[in-house]
Structures are given as C-alpha cells and as structure tokens.
Design a protein around this ligand. Structure first.
Ligand SMILES: [Ca+2]
Ligand SMILES: [Ca+2]
Ligand SMILES: [Ca+2]
Length: 605
C-alpha cells in the first residue's frame, strides 16, 4: 500500500476557469441521488440510511496504484490539500463544487487519459466521513435465488464483477463509484436485497477520548462553554494535530521540580533510581507537583485528561520538604544536567513575607541566589551532552497594578530559562500573571476570579487536594509553564539534536503574537503553537550537524522507537544508519536501571 501526502498552498486558479456545464456522464436522465437530496439514501438493516454529500472532499479513483502524484501537480494546485492512498486520491477543496465543475476540470487537465477512472464526493453519515469506492456489499433476500440477484446486478451493469461471501452476502464491483448507490437503490426497488451499502473507505478512531479532555481549553479551545462561560475559539496551543506527529519519546525525559509526583492511574512516574534525597514522593497533602506533571504527561488512555507529551517519562523532585536549602536546589539542577534530562518544569519561585499580615510579595532580584543561578546556567549549557537542558519557569502570580512594579519572580527572571505567564481562555492577560520585558510566552490558565479552573491530576483517592483522582481547579502561571514544558519535549522528541536555544527560537518563531506587535511585556512572544513548532523541528531534523539521541533507563523494561528521517547516511562509532532505517527497541528489551542511552552521530553525509 503506497501512502503519499503532499500539501499545496491554496491557489485561486480554480475560480478563474470558465466552466462548461456538461451532463453527468454516468447518470440517468432522471434525477439521481447526486442532485436530489431526497434520494440520498440506501437500504440499511431495518431502515433507509440517509446521507449527505460533501463536495468539498472528493476522491479520484485511479485505474491502478501505479501513478506518480507529481504528474497531477498543476491540477492539484487548485486545492487546499491532497493525499493519496492506493488507487484513491483525495483532494480537499476550500468550497463545494458540482459534479460537472470537477468533471470539466479533470477533462481540461486531460486526467482521464492519465489513469483517472472516476471521482466521487465524500459521503457524510451522522457526521462521519466516508469515501465511495467502486464496490457495494449486499445481502440477498432469503426468498430470492442467487441467480436472480446476479441477473439483477447484470441488468444494471453487465460488466459488474460479483464476489460471494458467506451468509448470503455479496461484493459487487462496478466501474464507477458514483453508480454504486444507484445500483443499491435499483436492487432494493426490485426487492432483491435485504440490505446493501457502499463499500466505503472509512476513518475509524480509537476510543481515546479521555473524558476530561473537553475541558482542557488550553490544549483545544473551540469556543466551548465551560461552567456557563463561552470561551474564545483558537485561544489554545494547537497541540492536537501535533499528536499525529509525536506524543513525546522515552528518550526525552522531563523533571518536575515541585512538591513531588507519585504514581497515578493516568500517569506513569519513573521511580527514583538515585540515592538522592530530592527525588522523593510528596507528602499526603501535597498536590501541586502532581497537577503540573499531569498537564505535561498524563496518558492518552480513555481516562482522565490528556497530557501534552504522554510518551515522555516524568521524574518528580520535591523541593518543598522541610529543611530544603539552596544547595539542595542547586544540586538538583546539576544532577538533572548530568543525567541529560531534556526538559525541567518549575512552577515555583521566591516570595517574601510582608510582615504581620503575611501578604506574600514576589522577589524579583536578579540572581537572588548565585548558587541556584549558576546551577541553572550549568544545566542550560551543559545538560544533554552540551546541547542544553530546556528549563521552563512559571513567571509568578503576583503582578502589581503599578506598571513600574512589574517583575517576574526569581528564578523565572534568569536569562537562561523560558518564563511563562498566563492569559485567560478568552485571550486576555490574566491580571495576576507576573510580567516584565523578560516574559517569553503566555498560555491559557485560570482567571483572577478563580473561574476557568484548569483540570489536571490529583493524587489518587483521599490523598492530595481532594478525595477524587482529578483536580478541576488548578490554575495560575503554575498551570501555564507545564504546557510549554510539554511542547518543548515534543520538539526534542522529533528532533533530539536541537539545542536549548534552537528550541526557544522555534517556539518564538511559531508563536501567535498577542497584544502589541512583537514581543511585549504582557504577552512575551505570544501563545505557543505546538503543531507549527513540531513541524519546524522536523524540518530541521532533515540533516542535523549532530544527531543526538539520549535517554535514561528508569525501568528495567524499556521500549522505544527511533526512525532516521535523514536522506543521508549517518555514521557513529559503532553503527551506520542510512535513510529509512528504523531502530526499534522492542518491549521487554532489558537495560540496567540507571543506564544511559546517549548517542551522538558525528557525520551526516
Ligand atoms: Ca488520560
Ligand atoms: Ca485526591
Ligand atoms: Ca505581542
């Protein structure tokens, strides 16, 4: 089965053509299902199945699968997108056209002499998309002889090919998809079939509709209604299409520096393998690290929520234990760097008590703690064998109404980290979100009045914030930073050779600008676009200077896949990969806990 996909910018040449109306050369002189919606149905099991015709999605049927789609490029220039599979080529139009318009367009490009046999519009049944083929499947009426059925088919099309399946079921192949529904209607009118349906090419889906995903507006905002409030369509990080390209990688691990992370029905946590006191489970009432980790890496598993990078391992670190000191945090960043952990999420910062009333104020001093600042710089430059650990920080929830007091909380103001603020799902700046000229990005999160609570994980059962397994009221910039952390992991999953600064630049180049043009104090570079960013990361993966693959073995059973997308031959000390090679570590592949996967492929030529 061949699979080719090309996407062509939409041009307007189609609308410039003058169409000559021709009769549908497959039709009968009377009205058919093609032009009379009341005839758009076929015999189902107990009742007629009605459908709609979608003339914005059209399939060409080729005489064979042996064609070069590039030969049709001038034809397809007119359309939004094209994809080919086997003998069918789908093209998507930006508006509906009629049968005769498409027919004349195909004629004008002489495609009927270049292997195009026929074409047909997509069929919508209950909103599902179905594509006609040349075939129908029919079931004989029990009181009808097989020969009578065959005769009925042959009366319709003497060249029809009939294949018998068990259970009085037959597959009939015609020479044109358009005629298949006519055949079904004809056979039904002659009472020869119990039911009959087009042998559609179908799109099936796995049932991974994690039930709370509909509330994850920061990932997919369709203008849905949340607790009675209408959101603004498109104020999201556009990650759903990116999941068709990657859902993260076992080689791209993520540390969540917070109050700890533990095993959950919707999250795989990689257990501590180090004798290091920061990598510990949280106390029973801690919930914050769990909430952050869920946003990053919750499984796509039909329960709970969807994390951004579910295939990337999460490692929790608890810096909220009593007695945590500066050196603990500094040591943590050094450890993370030396483990080649890819991305680090930090939804925390330094605050100062405000005397008797204990109002907390942000501490925005640059390099407040040199030991921490130095350790962050070390990880950012020496992590991942020198490509740099990507370090993401929440900007803080303490914005001042006085513009002269705008400041991002330390260490989010460190020059080597990505600082993330919050907007509401309506696209406005969240008033609490700490800002200044160093802000990098904003992500939708809760509103200052507590509305638009972010849904994520809570520790299982009575532990954590509530007695449930999920927290529907997370928010602040704490909920914004993990989204960028997850997106960064997606970029490194498709292209592990990106440097930290390249990751940042890709995110900047593909962000949706908000507020004043360009980077600004309130929105930074804007709202990240995961899909566009992943695509850019893939482009840059074509032939990297250094193809880098790195990961930690956190489990004794390990599974990973890596395909070489380069058109070049790539050599390392021990092995040579060429284009199309596919490296797969099968499930049950065994490694020692604590082992390191680290490969730098030096040449690409
Ligand atoms: Ca889930
Ligand atoms: Ca709980
Ligand atoms: Ca802006």
């Amino acid at each position: 089965m061949s699979l080719n996909t090309i996407t062509i910018p939409k041009l307007t040449s189609l609308t410039l053509l003058i169409y000559i109306t021709v009769f549908c050369h497959v039709g009968h002189s009377q009205a058919t299902w093609l032009d009379d919606p009341s005839l758009a149905n076929y015999p189902g099991l107990n009742e007629q199945i009605d459908f709609e015709i979608d003339w914005t999605t059209v399939s060409l049927t080729m005489e064979s699968a042996d064609y070069d789609i590039d030969n049709f490029s001038t034809f397809f220039d007119s359309f939004a997108s094209v994809s080919a599979q086997n003998i069918y080529i789908d093209f998507k139009l930006d508006q509906a056209f009629s049968y005769s318009q498409i027919d004349s367009l195909i004629n004008s490009h002489n495609l009927y002499n270049q292997g195009v046999m026929s074409f047909a519009p997509a069929i919508l049944i209950d909103g599902t998309l179905n594509r006609l083929t040349k075939q129908v499947i029919i079931k004989k009426q029990p009181n009808i002889q097989k020969q009578d059925l065959v005769s009925g088919v042959k009366r319709f099309d003497n060249n029809a090919v009939i294949e018998e399946l068990p259970n009085d079921v037959f597959v009939v192949c015609l020479n044109n998809p358009i005629l298949t529904i006519n055949l079904l209607q004809e056979l039904q009118s002659e009472d020869l079939i119990k039911w009959g349906q087009p042998d559609f090419r179908i799109q099936v889906h796995t049932f991974d509709s994690d039930p709370l995903f509909q509330d994850q507006y920061q990932l997919k905002n369709t203008g849905q209604n949340i607790n009675g409030q209408q959101l603004v369509d498109g104020i999201d990080v556009n990650v759903e299409p990116a999941w068709a390209l990657t859902k993260g990688s076992p080689f791209v691990s993520i540390a969540v520096i917070d109050d700890g992370v533990e095993t959950h029905e919707d999250l795989v946590v990689y257990p501590s393998f180090l004798d290091f006191n920061m990598f510990t489970e949280p106390s029973e009432t801690n919930y914050h690290g769990m909430a952050c980790a869920g946003l990053i890496s919750a499984r796509h598993n039909q329960i709970g929520i969807k994390g951004i990078a579910p295939n990337s391992p999460i490692i929790g670190a608890n810096i909220f234990k009593a007695g945590t000191s500066i050196s603990d945090i500094a040591s943590l960043f050094y450890t993370i760097a030396n483990l080649n952990i890819a991305v680090v999420n930090n939804s925390w910062g330094f605050m100062s008590g405000d005397g008797e009333d204990q109002v907390l104020n942000p501490v925005c001093t640059e390099n407040l703690h040199p030991a921490i600042s130095e350790a962050i710089s070390y990880a950012a430059t020496s992590g991942r064998l020198g490509l740099g650990t990507v370090i993401v920080f929440a900007s803080g929830n303490s914005d001042s109404a006085d513009p002269s007091d705008h400041c991002i909380t330390y260490p989010a103001n460190h020059p080597d980290v990505i600082s993330v603020g919050a907007i509401t799902p309506l696209g406005n700046r969240a008033s609490y979100s700490s800002i200044d000229e160093n802000l990098d990005f904003v992500v939708p999160s809760s509103n200052a009045d507590g509305s638009f609570g972010v849904v994520t994980l809570d520790k299982m059962g009575s532990k954590g914030l509530n007695s449930e397994n999920y927290n529907t009221n997370f928010g602040g910039t704490s909920a914004a930073a993990p989204i960028v952390t997850g997106i960064a992991a997606l970029l490194l999953s498709v292209n592990p050779s990106l440097s930290r600064l390249q990751v940042l630049q890709i995110l900047i180049d593909n962000a949706v600008d908000l507020g004043d043009p360009g980077q600004d104090e309130s929105f930074g570079h804007g709202l990240p676009d995961a899909f566009a960013s992943v695509n850019r990361a893939l482009e840059l993966a074509a032939c990297p200077d250094n193809l880098f693959m790195s990961g930690e073995a956190f489990l004794s059973e390990y599974s990973a896949k890596l395909s070489i997308k380069s058109s070049h031959t790539i050599k390392s000390m021990d092995v040579a990969y060429k284009s199309g090679d596919f490296i797969e570590l099968q499930p049950n592949f065994e490694v020692m806990q604590g082992s390191t996967f680290a490969t730098i492929l030096e040449t690409c030529n």
